[in-house]
Design a protein. Structure first.
Length: 392
């Protein structure tokens, strides 16, 4: 099959979407499929990548995050699709990319990829301190109507888990198909623990060798609620010695750095491409601290679990779906006091028991990316065959 992904939010220094697309390119090549990514960038060009191709469509940088660019040239996207003649087209956003793919008049099967829940990302992030989640969902019923209309142009809406498929069904989004994500379990494993890496981070954070090591990985964006986890760590570190290494970057960089000023034991490590360092850090730490309540899956949370780490996460969304007894502590999104208490409970637990519970969750709750792409490509083969029969 040839699969073309109209990927509006792909960027070379992006977060989870970038990681996922790179995995899909490699998996497609290994399975004998041709994967083509259509993405906005600083210039029109074609780039060979991981056994597939990225076709960049020139657009202006996004005003709030110049790592990303705006996809606004529908005619250019349609010309690319005409030239590629794919078997399956993916619309990977609910905005221009989703509509560009929906409006293309080719014969391919079409899938709407629900990577992000905008109601959770924006309204619930800013309003859940005033209103409960169901009230916010109801308040934004016009948006759910918008999604129903967009998804009606597709053969399936691909989501990362059964809980999310059920959420979308409640709002009438068309044909949700759960294809659970997975993790590179060969890379993210407790076997990657490295005492030298642990000591280095503790020294960098300015704490002693007996301190607990807490890790976070997050794009700096309002939905990630970085302020909550920094404040929670600041409070918790007054109770017991600990260090917090936070990987990431993004549009709220200045605010995050301001919040971090004067917080003892906190180190902002920035955007790190070295996946081996990330995996060794996770496996060498004592807890994973996360703030986002808008995860549709939570790749970094799953990576932490597979690394043997107990997790401290909000009690909602994809992060909660990955949580379980013995290795998880939950708190109300945005509540720094609850997050502090959850972090202290986590660090006060039996580390060996937590590691064993995380190992069980790795085996029973989390698949591999090979599992994910096997399921995805099987779904696409079925949809392409069904579309072929309808086309005569």
């Amino acid at each position: 099959m040839k699969i073309v992904d109209v990927a509006e939010f792909y960027a070379e220094q992006g977060g989870g979407v970038r990681t996922y697309i790179h995995q899909k390119l490699a998996a497609g090549a290994a399975a004998g499929h041709e994967i083509v990514i259509v993405a906005p960038g600083p210039e029109d060009k074609v780039e060979e990548k991981l056994g597939g191709r990225i076709v960049w469509v020139k657009g202006p940088p996004m005003p709030f995050d110049p790592r990303y660019f705006v996809l606004y040239r529908q005619k250019a996207v349609h010309q690319i699709l005409d030239q590629e003649r794919p078997d399956v087209v993916e619309g990977s956003s609910p905005w221009s990319g989703g509509w560009f793919a929906a409006r293309w008049r080719g014969q391919a099967a079409k899938t709407f990829i629900f990577h992000q829940d905008p109601v959770a990302v924006y309204p619930q992030t800013f309003l859940d301190r005033f209103l409960p989640g169901p009230r916010i969902d109801k308040l934004f019923s016009p948006y759910w109507g918008y999604l129903r209309k967009l998804s009606g142009h597709y053969d399936a809406t691909v989501v990362s888990g059964g809980w999310l498929a059920e959420r979308l069904r409640r709002f009438g989004v068309q044909r949700p198909e759960p294809v659970p994500f997975g993790i590179d379990k060969g890379r993210f494993t407790p076997d990657n623990a490295d005492d030298a890496v642990r000591r280095r981070w503790l020294t960098t954070c300015g704490v002693g060798p007996d301190a607990s090591l807490v890790v976070g990985i997050s794009r700096f964006h309002p939905e990630k609620r970085i302020g909550t986890i920094i404040e929670a760590f600041k409070r918790a570190s007054k109770t017991r010695p600990m260090a917090f290494v936070l990987f990431g970057d993004g549009p709220t960089r200045k605010r995050v750095h301001k919040l971090a000023q004067g917080v003892k034991g906190l180190h902002l490590a920035g955007f790190v491409k070295d996946r081996e360092l990330i995996s060794a850090t996770l496996a060498s730490a004592d807890a994973f601290l996360h703030g986002s309540a808008a995860e549709t899956y939570g790749l970094v949370v799953a990576e932490a679990i597979c690394s043997g780490l107990p997790i401290v996460v909000p009690a909602v969304g994809g992060a909660e779906d990955l949580a379980g007894p013995g290795y998880s502590e939950l708190y109300t999104p945005g509540k720094a006091g609850e997050c502090e208490a959850a972090l202290l409970r986590c660090l006060g637990g039996d580390r060996e028991a937590q590691r064993a519970a995380a190992r069980t969750a790795t085996e029973t709750k989390i698949g591999t990316m090979a599992d994910h792409f096997e399921g995805l490509f099987a779904l696409y083969a079925r949809l392409a065959a069904e579309r072929g029969r309808r086309n005569g």
